[in-house]
Design a protein around this ligand. Sequence first.
Ligand SMILES: C[S@@+](CC[C@H](N)C(=O)[O-])C[C@H]1O[C@@H](n2cnc3c(N)ncnc32)[C@H](O)[C@@H]1O
Length: 242
Amino acid sequence: MKQVKPYKNKPGDKKAQVKEMFDNISPKYDFLNRLLSMGIDRGWRNKLIDLMKPYQPKNILDIATGTGDLAILEAIQLSPEKVIGLDISEGMLKVAKEKVLEKKLEHIIELITGDAENIPYENDTFDAITVAFGVRNFENLKQGLKEMNRVLKPGGIALILEFSQPEQTPFKQAYGIYSKYILPFIGKIISGDQSAYSYLPESISVFPYGEKMKQILMESGFSQVNIYPLTFGISTIYLAKK
Ligand SMILES: C[S@@+](CC[C@H](N)C(=O)[O-])C[C@H]1O[C@@H](n2cnc3c(N)ncnc32)[C@H](O)[C@@H]1O
């Protein structure tokens, strides 16, 4: 898999650049998310929650929690005992903390700074792990997936929501134009970060999806993987069992 970094002309490994980029865009992240996805991202997160409901997880880890939207939905809709939101960007976590306090969920949600490729928990800790739009940003995808598998309890579930690529005409062409021209243009103007919203479509274009992603999940230790394509294949949820 080709590695795409946010700032092509700057030194530094992907992880450091990803952290820098999310620290930069954190104040505008939620607004841009709603605008650029035209609100569809909310429906995708809700679908992920629906898939989790039958498992009634009590102890959840939300990796790459960002500004905390998924962790907050989990705390409200799944009645868990604990949700840990882990992220590498302190800027994103600062926004998440404000939202958690505002919703009075601080007794359920704990936010911690950490790296998905070196998760600071013991083996077999969590009933469920979620990652929304996070795995594409990992420096080493397999290392991150193996870490998720390690900290899941046997029989536990991992749910990954990530961008994929529509394959059918005319959605493929329409999405191509939107992601290559419109999205970077709006993203650049509003976020003020020249590169962040060019990195988004570039990183999507090289990222594995569908059967290829399933194969990588199986190679990372998961025993069963179900694939749920969303909105013409713009995004996909993978439900993987340990
Ligand atoms: C696109 S945002 C997604 C945030 C949130 N999950 C959502 O659905 O809006 C990606 C997040 O992944 C985090 N991230 C990227 N690489 C990471 C890593 N190695 N460990 C932990 N977090 C990481 C970034 O800091 C950023 O907050």
